[in-house]
Design a binder for this molecule. Sequence first.
Ligand code: FAD
Ligand code: SF4
Length: 559
Amino acid sequence: MQSTEFDAIVVGSGISGGWAAKELTERGLRVLLLERGKNVEHVKDYPNATKGTWEYPHRGGRTQQMEQDYPVLKRDYPLNEKNLDWWANETENPYTEVKRFDWYRGYQVGGRSLLWGRQSYRLSDFDFTANQRDGIAIDWPIRYAELAPWYDHVERFAGIAGSREGLAQLPDGEFQPAMPLNCAEEKVAERIAKGFGGRRRIIPGRTANLTQALPGRTACQYRNACWLGCPHGAYFSTQSSTLPAAVATGRLTLKVHAIVSEVLYDKDRKRATGVRVIDAATKATTDYTARLVFLCASTLNSTWLLMRSATDVWPGGLGSSSGELGHNLMDHHFRCGARGVIEGMEDSYVYGRRPTGFYIPRYRNLFGDRRGYLRGFGYQGSANRRGWERAVAELGIGASFKTAMTQPGEWSIGATGFGEMLPNHANRIALDPNKVDAWGMPVLSIDCATGENERLMRVDMMNDMAEMLTAAGVREVETFDNGYWPAMGIHEMGTARMGRDPKTSVLNARNQVWDAPNVFVTDGSCMTSAACQNPSLTYMALTARAAEHAVESLNRREL
Ligand SMILES: Cc1cc2nc3c(=O)[nH]c(=O)nc-3n(C[C@H](O)[C@H](O)[C@H](O)COP(=O)(O)OP(=O)(O)OC[C@H]3O[C@@H](n4cnc5c(N)ncnc54)[C@H](O)[C@@H]3O)c2cc1C
Ligand code: SF4
């Protein structure tokens, strides 16, 4: 019979859980990694990785049946037949939207590490001090200097391609060579740098794609098909990176179809003793014990688990004594910017594909700039020559049409802002007393909306981009705001924030639940503010840092 006793239990095998499993096993612990979904084995389970669009029954698109089965996913680009198998089943896993909330989830080994866009940026001290400076929510309990060595650590292992820019608001890291800007982006970048005195800059997107091989992983082949799984292991995922490292220690046990339903709590010792697991297929329950529990089930799911735990002590769940568990939900708002056409480069072309674009680091409300809103935004975009798709609308015919289609189209350039959303106590989740999932457990009820600060910021997100493109000589510049609802950014954060005081936060400075110090929450639930940078690199760094602290505390017999 398989053992039910371990040194540590990690819940969830996505970006955060993969890191927890790697760091804890490498420090000598016997770890049980629990994953609610199916196994996805590296390479073997990437059946579509090398398929052409024409090889799919619906050419990679979506069907009416898919739209019926995925009422949330269909709201934006993620729904397609190419990687449908890697999105959570929405019939089995419903939730309640008090207000529209586009929750895009991946329930399988690797979680959303298989699907993510890989943009990887550090937070800076402007971000870690922002709440304190603005008198919003609570202060982060850590500063950049404390996290910097952990960013170094995770960047070296994950492999982040990027350029060193020397920007205080977007610290440089331990980068592999950047994936360079293309010729059109370079030209626009030069003009923007000149036009705005270097304060606004286009830089290569920092991405978790290898430009140099790492052990067991090949450098990127520039296929730009990462969301189908990479047979070369060239982008960071649990499968390509952290899981093989954890397995190599010989101390990892991975259990799939294992839905953790609560954290078991000993109220006398004020410690977790383990977790309860429901077998997804048989619904049988098993208790597993361990000295450490790492909750890495993703933002909202880790908080859901806390809310279901130790309710005999705290009706609101483990970590609820501050009254903040479930509150301060955040995301990054986007789909708002500008685009235009670059002229005079018709003789230039770009060869191959590139799994990243350009980035414009935040410049608003920094270095003396003051706007009518707090915080700021960065931009993500790219310049491309339009392909044959440009003819679809016109439905042309004849020889001249065919000849035109053998030539590339005009150069276009565009970018959307990614804006910081403020932490707001009113943005919250709770257990819905009236709705259950396929296993009979109450689902989350989610009540979250953007506010006036985000609305004001979006005006700048549109107009600033148009201003920069116009200054760079781009023609036919047009702004766009395609609308945004929380979680569309797929950067959910908060609901179990870190802080300095158990009265106002759920977790301490080391991601430990104040009321149960052997329970660590290291996914996005822990975020005290959102910054505007893509957040997953920060979860990796916080997880690795927490794991070191956990093992040291165990060794000192403090846990
Ligand atoms: C299309 C897309 C593009 C993105 N682009 C970027 C980007 O460019 N940059 C960036 O920083 N971020 C990006 N993200 C977000 C990024 O994927 C997430 O921030 C990251 O995956 C979160 O890591 P996690 O470990 O917390 O959660 P996940 O990766 O979601 O993993 C959570 C795991 O926990 C499991 N789980 C949940 N509940 C339970 C339970 N009760 N019991 C057992 N297991 C459970 C799930 O099945 C899942 O495997 C993107 C996401 C998507 C989908
Ligand atoms: S673009 Fe690079 S990382 Fe992505 S699938 Fe292709 S080879 Fe792999």
